[in-house]
Design a binder for this molecule. Structure first.
Ligand code: GDP
Length: 691
């Protein structure tokens, strides 16, 4: 059984959207004989991008899985989305890959998302390799791309191919390890040729550099190299393989996915050098006390699996994708979800092949499989045979932009909430909240496109239309002047009368104090049992401030005098008196509009800092200071929420996708005069319209 694990390879394809991952996966399927025609992204017929949103956008939105056999090896490829809107779907898959293939656009080089994927690879210490793709395109350049990868991937890059021809004339490569040269025909078939004489000097240099790079990894080899002794290919390969598996460097190759140049080299790298689940070795889980527990990829050990992805189908229900970490599973069985502390039963083990799910009878360590209809299991959960351990799940990526959502048809209110809840199960990059103050349901995600695509998915999967709009800002109102007023409610014409009379002092309190009510009634001028009614009247009235109906904060009301009537006074009457008093006081106590202010930390490349600061200033931001982390600058600032509701796309365009930010609520601050007037006029007009 260990042979089965030894020949297993789980590879994540990572890189920028458009670098050619899906095309590459198609070419690999075709070359491996799984498909008999080459799917094209432009024609919407690839095996990997099959969801309608993906076909329309010609872009991966979810991670797709494909499994096939090549040269007695069982390969599972994960084609991960490379757009920042959908990157959380890539991040959840990286921990279950044993290696990563970075697909680089040979024209534009590594992008911000490639850098993000490289951070994940470092985090999980994943070995990997680099595919410089699209080398047939105009202005594509192999060595420039390799240089750029050294910085972007934060790793040593060791080229093992040298291209033959460039751009339109790119036709093959020399394998630096074997010294053999190959060119490809229009069908992507290779033939061996002599190393072209015009590049033979370059190849010698590349070979020298390669051996130097490898020799550095092993003292014995280095000594032989320095002594000028002969080093055999097997010796080099062994050290090279170990260097790759220890993630000391990434080997790099040249490729054109559309011309199918280099695909066989990719197969060889995966089977010869990338790790199997056995090479990957032990995993560390946590027991109930948070202590480390070692889990080995042993098929005879107790079963442990990690759920890394969930797909929601409105008809078939929930599909949970997991990797077997240790032990084995048959086609049906019982497991314990230790994260949720529940038992689960499954009746058919599956594996995912593009859009299809195929039955499988057994899964061993390293297997990436799926089961349908688990009741309580979600992404990030651990499944075991009973042992109470958990595999630490990666933290979901924090949302960066929020929208208010509502059903397009009013009657679909319940339907939309149910649909969004289901979508949240498969997309850990989304977050749903209710803002009671603005009475809006807020859906937050990784970008505008992320939310738009979610709306499309909801329409397609659940047949309900979802509208999205910029969320309302939860303004507040406060007071700047101390004032004493009387609130008197008196109705004594006919029947039982009403009488309540109170004097209150309304005064401002420091920021963040909320609302205080103080009872200073002496001598029973208002009987004790009516005092809570006055407070209730004030509290209720202060929920809708005088300026634009926002809740009032940071003030104190002191009840210090009043009068009552032995027959006509009641709780109702005193509540009314409290309300009247508050409303009267509010007018003259210099009511002021407050806005939420966010603390934002913007992480950007050094050369963007000037632009970012200028932009923050224009958003009424206040820069607090700067820090640096790795090669990036972090700008800390306070910015009014109203100015930053759509910051994510703006930051992305200012930094070429290389900027990230986190944001949290900090405090309420006064809105400057003319700005306040605009907000008040707008909100009052809206309120009038909605009456
Ligand atoms: P992904 O987003 O990384 O999956 O990239 P796709 O596979 O969707 O490719 C994006 C575009 O680049 C498509 O139009 C492909 O046809 C094109 N493309 C991919 N690989 C190559 C290549 O090697 N050469 C050329 N000329 N175009 C390519």
């Amino acid at each position: 059984m260990s042979e089965e694990i030894k020949t297993m390879r789980n590879v994540a394809l990572a890189g920028h959207g458009g670098a050619g991952k899906t095309t590459l996966a198609e070419a690999m399927l075709f070359k491996a004989g799984v498909t008999n025609r080459l799917g094209k992204v432009e024609e919407g017929n690839t095996a990997m991008d099959f969801q309608p949103e993906e076909i329309r956008k010609q872009q991966s939105i979810n991670t797709s899985f494909i499994k096939y056999t090549h040269n007695k090896h069982s390969l599972t490829l994960m084609d991960t989305p490379g757009d920042q809107n959908f990157f959380s779907a890539a991040k959840t898959c990286f921990p279950v890959a044993d290696s990563m293939a970075f697909v680089i656009d040979g024209v534009s080089g590594p992008s911000a998302m490639t850098e993000e994927a490289a951070v994940s690879a470092l985090e999980y210490n994943l070995p990997g390799f680099v595919i410089i793709n699209k080398l047939d395109r105009e202005r594509a350049d192999y060595s420039t791309s390799i240089e750029a990868c050294k910085t972007a991937l934060k790793k040593k890059i060791v080229p093992i191919c040298y291209p033959i021809g460039a751009e339109d004339n790119f036709k093959g490569f020399v394998n630096i390890i074997s010294g053999q040269a190959f060119v490809y025909d229009a069908e992507g078939k290779s033939s061996k040729i002599d190393v072209p004489s015009d590049i033979s000097d370059d190849i010698e240099m590349a070979k020298e550099e390669f051996i130097e790079n490898v020799a550095e990894l092993d003292d014995d080899l280095l000594e032989k190299y320095l002594e000028g002794e002969e080093i055999t290919q097997d010796e080099i390969k062994a050290v090279f393989r170990k260097g790759i598996q220890d993630a000391q460097f990434y080997p790099a190759i040249c490729c054109s996915a559309t011309k199918m140049i280099g695909i066989d080299m990719i197969f060889d790298i995966i089977t010869d050098y990338m790790p199997s689940p056995l090479d990957r070795g032990d995993w560390i889980a946590k027991d109930v006390n948070g202590e480390d527990v070692v889990i080995s990829p042993d098929p005879d050990a107790e079963f442990c699996g990690f759920v890394f992805n969930t797909i929601v189908d409105p008809y078939a229900g929930r599909l949970s994708l997991f990797r077997v970490i240790s032990g084995s599973l048959g086609k049906e069985g019982n497991v314990v979800n230790t994260t949720k502390d529940t038992k689960e039963r499954f009746s058919q083990l599956l594996y995912i092949a593009g859009k299809e799910q195929k039955p499988v009878t057994r899964a061993v360590p390293g297997s990436i499989v799926a089961v349908a209809k688990l009741k309580n299991t979600l992404t990030g959960d651990t499944l075991t045979e009973g042992k109470d351990i958990q595999i630490p799940a990666p933290k979901p990526m924090p949302p960066v932009i929020s929208f208010a959502i509502a059903p397009k048809e009013k009657s679909d209110e319940d339907k939309i909430h149910e649909a969004v809840r289901k979508i949240l199960e498969e997309d850990t990059g989304l977050k749903l909240q209710r803002n009671e103050e603005t009475k809006q349901t807020i859906l937050s995600g990784r970008g505008l496109v992320h939310i738009e695509v979610t709306a499309e998915k909801i329409q397609r999967k659940f047949n309900v239309g979802m509208g999205i709009e910029t969320p309302k800002v939860a303004y507040r109102e406060t007071f700047k002047k101390k004032i004493r007023v009387q609130g008197k409610h008196k109705k004594q014409s006919g029947g039982h009368g009403q009488y309540g009379d109170c004097w209150i002092v309304l005064e401002p309190l420091p920021k963040g104090s909320g609302f205080e009510f103080v009872d200073k009634i002496v001598g029973g001028v208002i009987p004790k049992n009516y005092i809570p009614a006055v407070e209730a009247g004030v509290t209720e009235a202060s929920r809708n401030g005088i300026l634009a109906g926002f809740p009032c904060v940071d003030f104190r009301v002191t009840l210090d005098f009043g009068s009552y009537h032995s027959v006509d006074s009641s709780e109702m009457a005193f509540k009314m008196a409290g309300t009247l008093a508050f409303k009267k006081a509010a007018v003259d106590a210099k009511p002021t509009l407050l806005e939420p202010v966010m603390k934002i930390a913007v992480k950007v490349p050094e050369d963007s800092t000037g632009d970012i600061m200028g932009d923050l200033n224009s958003r009424r931001g206040r820069v607090l200071g700067m820090d640096s982390e790795d090669d990036k600058q972090i700008i800390n600032a306070l910015v009014p929420m109203a100015e930053i509701l759509r910051y994510a796309p703006d930051l992305s365009s200012m930094t070429g996708g290389r900027g990230t930010f986190t944001m949290e609520f900090e405090q309420y601050d006064e809105v400057p005069g003319d700005m306040a007037k605009k907000v008040i006029d707008r909100v009052n007009a809206e309120n009038e319209e909605n009456k």
